[in-house]
Design a protein. Sequence first.
Length: 124
Amino acid sequence: MKITSRPTELDEIDRAVLKLEMEKLSLKNDTDKASKERLHKLENDLNLLKQKQKELTEEWEIENALMTRIQSIKEEIDRVNLEMEAAKRVHNSNHAAELKYGTLMSLQHQLEEAEKNLAEFRKS
């Protein structure tokens, strides 16, 4: 659930942007000075919020991609472990060894790297 869910802060900004966009539309046709001043302030606020929204969306997408990569590697490790056990059951020692010392070790290294990348990303 956490992988695909948008962060609360981003959802709140999305709602705030929508609210300001609606208010902007309602002020667009007003010609009095107060409405024009409010519209100008609103446009500035909207620009700041949209910039923050863009930054948070980019961060979320990067983190989501890293987490998806980790999940994918873990699933592949599980698949290789099952295949390795099946090879052992049919006494195919060569294939089991190839999986254990080749494929599995490579996947574990990839997992360590992916987890390290995620930890570094979260620190920054």
